[in-house]
Design a protein around this ligand. Structure first.
Ligand SMILES: [Fe+2]
Ligand SMILES: [Fe+2]
Length: 169
């Protein structure tokens, strides 16, 4: 006897078109996380100066969190019958997180991190809206990841505020 597909939910046959679209959104999220890992890795090593240490430690911790997000997006792509893309499909977009001219330019790094987190927040809100009433499991997962990104953004906004108060940003 052939196995029967679920008749309700994102895995049902009649949801195939929406599932394809959702996999596309999840692949974009996956690449955003991977690129963030690359950018935070470089920016957790490059900065110089007495004030760089806080940023370095913060980014070191974030690398692991963002990698965990990438793993979650990848698993969900597979669960939805998609295939996690290979590296040749990757296109870099984070122009704002390239190494600054001077490695003591911590403000450049802080602003770049805020930009990356803002982009993630916007894209994940889009996925949460897309999945509403369609795929509660993906929605639940992305809400938790969005919470992490909002926390990251708020932390770096706080760092920036300190430089703003001193007229350095
Ligand atoms: Fe993330
Ligand atoms: Fe983040």
């Amino acid at each position: 006897m052939a196995v029967r597909n679920a008749s309700e939910g994102i895995l049902s046959d009649d949801k195939a078109p929406q599932r394809e679209e959702l996999i596309g959104l999840l692949k974009k999220a996956y690449w955003m996380e991977i690129e963030t890992v690359m950018s935070y890795l470089a920016n957790s090593i490059n900065p110089d100066g007495v004030r760089a240490q806080e940023i370095i430690e913060s980014l070191e911790a974030d690398i692991q969190e963002e990698l965990g997000h990438a793993q979650q997006f990848a698993s969900r792509i597979k669960e939805l019958y998609g295939v996690v893309p290979g590296s040749l499909e990757f296109n870099a977009e984070q122009s704002y997180l390239q190494p600054p001219e001077h490695q003591t330019d911590i403000v450049h790094v802080i602003k770049g991190v805020i930009e990356a987190e803002t982009g993630a927040i916007e894209h994940y809100n889009r996925i949460i809206e897309f999945t509403d009433g369609l795929d509660f499991v993906t929605q639940d997962m992305v809400i938790a990841i969005l919470h992490d990104e909002e926390g990251h953004r708020r932390l770096f906004e706080g760092y920036l505020r300190e430089y703003e108060v001193e007229g350095l940003a």
